[in-house]
Design a protein around this ligand. Structure first.
Ligand code: ATP
Length: 276
């Protein structure tokens, strides 16, 4: 629906357990993400990033407050395949080739278009991409030579690239990514960031991205949400006002480092229980 945020969390609270040993994983969390934005969550371990992702993906429900994806509940959004998820380690089907791993979910998901069209304010979107277009995405992600290989014949970085192309290929309205590059070496990580940005700039899917890397957050994001633990909460929202595309050269510029320093400073405060 025009004007409806892609994602909205209103006064969200999530508590695990009860009594004195209860953990307040999230308290009074409010986030609004406009369609097409790239938003990262960053914060110390235990500040509730994964909990927030699980609420958005409909895997858990808040104890208080509301989560809306394009104006509907996460359960409705999942049924209509509005949400795509890229986990930390790529869950590929080991017996299928790279190409089939990417195209099979697209075929399975065809029925979702009808459910999506019945949601308030949504119209039919473009059909699932053709195999030719999927191949093109794979080539652009540097996987053109390996489309007929099975996952066991790929490196870790290649497998994660397949998972990312698969997620974008499903044309979700909101793509949720949980530290997708955390297990990779720095060089592979930077090259995957390039490819992720390349795909995102073409498709402009709304992305909610969890990372522990300040550099990654600055490079990828329009907005970085800084969180603190005890209770899990948002302490700062930083808009990254840097031009795109954000190539390698930008990483060496003073204005890029200034954002890194700002975020590091905010994270230090979050670690020490400070914050806003
Ligand atoms: N199922 C659960 N039962 C009890 N406590 C939980 C559960 N899941 C999370 N927690 C607690 O909620 C808090 C937030 O956890 P969460 O995993 O969301 O943090 P995180 O920011 O993603 O951490 P990390 O960066 O280490 O992945 C932590 O104190 C954690 O111990």
């Amino acid at each position: 629906m025009p004007g409806t945020p892609a994602l909205e969390l209103r006064s969200v609270r999530r508590v695990y357990g009860a009594g004195p040993s209860a953990t307040i994983a999230l308290d009074d969390v409010a986030v609004t993400v406009a369609a097409g934005r790239f938003v990262s969550l960053i914060g110390p371990s235990g500040c509730g990033k994964s909990t927030l992702l699980r609420l958005v993906a409909g895997l858990e429900r808040p104890d208080r407050g509301e989560v809306l994806v394009h104006g509907v509940t996460p359960a409705e959004a999942c049924a209509a395949k509005l949400i795509g998820l890229v986990p930390q380690s790529p869950a590929l089907l080991p017996w299928l080739s790279v190409l089939r791993n990417v195209t099979l979910p697209q075929k399975i998901n065809r029925g979702a278009g009808g459910r999506r069209a019945r949601l308030p304010g949504f119209t039919e979107r473009e059909a699932a991409p053709s195999v030719a277009h999927t191949r093109d995405l794979l080539v652009r992600a540097g996987l053109g030579e390996v489309v007929h290989r099975v996952p066991a014949q790929l490196s870790g970085g290649m497998r994660q690239r397949v998972a990312i192309v698969r997620a974008f290929g499903l044309r979700p309205d909101l793509l949720v990514m949980d530290e997708p590059f955390s297990a990779l070496d720095e060089f592979t990580r930077e090259s995957l960031q390039d490819q992720l940005l390349d795909l995102w700039e073409e498709l402009r899917t709304t992305v909610l991205f969890v990372t522990h890397s300040v550099t990654e957050a600055v490079r990828l994001s329009d907005t970085v949400v800084v969180m603190a633990p005890g209770p899990g909460r948002i302490v700062e929202t930083v808009e990254i006002d840097l031009p795109r595309p954000r190539g390698e050269r930008l990483l060496r510029e003073r204005r890029f480092h200034a954002y890194e320093d700002l975020l590091r400073e905010r994270l230090r405060r979050a670690w020490h229980g400070g914050g806003a």
